[in-house]
Write a protein that binds this ligand. Structure first.
Ligand code: 5GP
Ligand code: ZN
Length: 115
């Protein structure tokens, strides 16, 4: 089994609070939430970051992941108040887990620009 923590969550090998899943993507609650609602949405296949999605296969994986992220925002009741989708990529953005993931954040007013 891979030592990628998000691959292990997608495989059900380590626990997470699952919110939704599709054939191609999985959504679960972030362990360290930064907003009243904070989910992570990942492709089932291992892709290190958004940078690796500049291909036809990557486009499909990213689109499917974003689609589940929007479904999760709906499921969490975030549409009316609004929500933020964030995909940290690389060191300056603070990416800490190198399996592509989209943060779904909502339930509070957020500032711009981000920190
Ligand atoms: P990044 O900083 O890479 O954009 O986001 C990684 C996110 O993964 C962080 O918000 C962190 O709290 C979350 N995270 C790290 N390890 C785990 C874990 O084992 N389970 C869950 N549910 N979230 C995790
Ligand atoms: Zn992985």
């Amino acid at each position: 089994m891979t030592d990628c923590i998000f691959c292990r969550i997608a495989a059900g090998a380590i626990p997470a609070t699952l919110l939704a899943q599709s054939e191609h993507a999985v959504a679960f609650r972030d362990l360290n939430p930064q907003a009243p609602s904070h989910a992570l949405v990942i492709p089932r296949e291992h892709i290190a970051s958004a940078t690796e999605t500049d291909s036809d296969a990557g486009e499909l994986a990213l689109g499917r992941t974003m689609r589940l992220a929007v479904q999760v925002a709906k499921q969490l009741g975030l549409i009316e108040g609004g929500y933020r989708l964030v995909c940290n990529s690389g060191p300056d953005a603070g990416q800490s887990v190198f399996h592509l993931h989209v943060h779904v954040l909502g339930g509070r007013r957020m500032s711009w620009p981000p920190g």
